[in-house]
Ligand binder design. Sequence first.
Ligand code: SF4
Ligand code: SF4
Length: 423
Amino acid sequence: MADYCKMWESLGINLEAHDQLLNAIPPIYQQIFLDQINRPQAMSYFDMVVMEIHGLRIQELQEHKAKGGAVVGSFCVYVPEEIVLAAGGLNVGLCAGAEIGFDEAEKILPRNLCPLIKSAFGFKMSRVCPYFESCDLIVGENTCDGKKKAWEIMTEDVVPVYTMDIPQVKSEKGKELWLDEVKKFKEKMEEVSGKKIEVDELAKAIKLVNDKRRALQRLSNLRKNKPSPISGRDALLIEEIAFYDDNPRFIEKVNVLCDELEERIEKGEGSKKDAPRVMISGCPMVIPNWKLPFIIESSGASLVCEESCTGQRYFEDLVAEDGGSVGAQLEAIADRYLKIDCSCFTPNQERIDNIVKLAKEFEVDGVIYNVLQFCDPYAVEYRRVEKALEKEGISVLRIETDYGQEDSGQIKTRVEAFVEMIS
Ligand code: SF4
Ligand code: SF4
């Protein structure tokens, strides 16, 4: 890796803690990703992105800022990146997937809180995340209780958070509230960037983000083949990288990979033909939280779909591209985003139906339901998911875990038994 120390120093990064973080990734990455046999060659680009995770992309963000562009950090797929792009900004995902800085975070947050929230605090408070330190605006959202209260603490004790109010019910009133929030976010982005959002810029941004989602849809659809031409952990990695990579380059590289996967499908290459097909459903899995996908695949199953915000929920819907005015475009954006079926909504029949639909489309033999510890919305919604899948004769295993490795052995035993049962 090039010497990025000066850049990190200028961002106020704690170099010692940061070194520990960066040094931890290569051995894990080697074991989980690089040691796989017969990987698609086009994965080399995504390997490079991970190896340069705090290097090249951060340098690009600094170059963007030097030209007057804003960087916006967010924690949820509900934050409309089209609006950020139309204001000449770049959007980066700030959710974190490691137990870094938990000691710091637990000084101001309860211990029994979802690790995703604690990790986001921990990365900021221990100053190890150059993405966080590059942001001109941090956008939170009122989704689950943990997050909505955490943003109050973050604003008071750590860094100001602009919070979007996400309705809890998709009623007519909820839709109105959400459209209003989308409009307010546009105004906020105009204020942050000093640039008025015009129809042409917004149309380009909508098209660009749609193209990114189309590329991910193409990748996802190829995984419906038997055998799937790509491992689940590689596909998940790409879904994670979608949250911070340069959009045009990412789209090109995903499509190059898909071309290669189509050739592999012709040749019948991919996961073991008789491997049981599994879908993960539930909480997001963000870098470097690869524990569960690795356990699933090293237990002999083929992971073919992620019903999660690092997966289908991020790319399954597109924004209509025919809006002729900023007002119409904002409505189209609001419509598209309100289709996201996060478990924070009530009622949430859409998600239950979608899980069953995906399980059938991907012809899975079983579903592994992934709950992060202390995540009430996904934990409680499990009962309805379980009933719906069982009605269709689809087996499901619920795993509740955090970012630690202590429970890996116990999870592996349960997953192996499940894989054997559905084989
Ligand atoms: S799970 Fe819900 S709160 Fe979390 S990123 Fe997805 S939509 Fe947002
Ligand atoms: S995983 Fe659950 S508790 Fe954690 S931020 Fe997402 S919805 Fe909230």
